[in-house]
Ligand binder design. Structure first.
Ligand SMILES: [Zn+2]
Length: 134
């Protein structure tokens, strides 16, 4: 860690230990993500008028986050590579799914109530999401 960014150690790269470095990188984001995202869920849940039973940060394949009807939220550890305001958008998006499990107008209306500038954040994620792959 240097100035908030990860730098792969040159000797590890030369020894072909990049997979180990990647695992360390991922574990760091899972741990930090649980702290940060749980805190943001706690902040936004009352605003959305809901509460999450469980928050998990893990590998989620191609999805940023998922929400079960029973109130379990899961976030991809890669969310932690996004700016805080984008993480907030992902959190609000998932919390609103606890009211509406689809992307209907009613759902977006719910997101808009809590985060009126959500479309700009949504656009950021659409444009930059792919580049966040490790
Ligand atoms: Zn959604």
């Amino acid at each position: 860690m240097k100035a908030g960014r990860f730098c792969l150690r040159r000797d590890l790269v030369d020894q072909g230990e990049v997979p180990a470095a990647k695992a360390a990188f991922r574990n760091y984001f899972v741990t930090r993500g649980l702290e940060r995202i749980s805190q943001r869920v706690g902040y936004f849940a009352p605003k959305v008028g809901t509460h999450a039973k469980k928050v998990d940060v893990r590998e989620l394949g191609s999805r940023w986050a998922s929400c079960s009807p029973t109130g379990n939220l899961a976030f991809h550890w890669k969310c932690m590579m996004a700016p805080p305001r984008i993480i907030d958008y992902i959190v609000v998006h998932e919390l609103c799914h606890m009211h509406y499990l689809d992307h209907s107008d009613a759902f977006w209306n719910e997101v808009d109530k809590v985060m009126p500038d959500f479309s700009e954040r949504k656009e950021w994620l659409r444009k930059n999401g792919a580049a966040m792959d490790l």
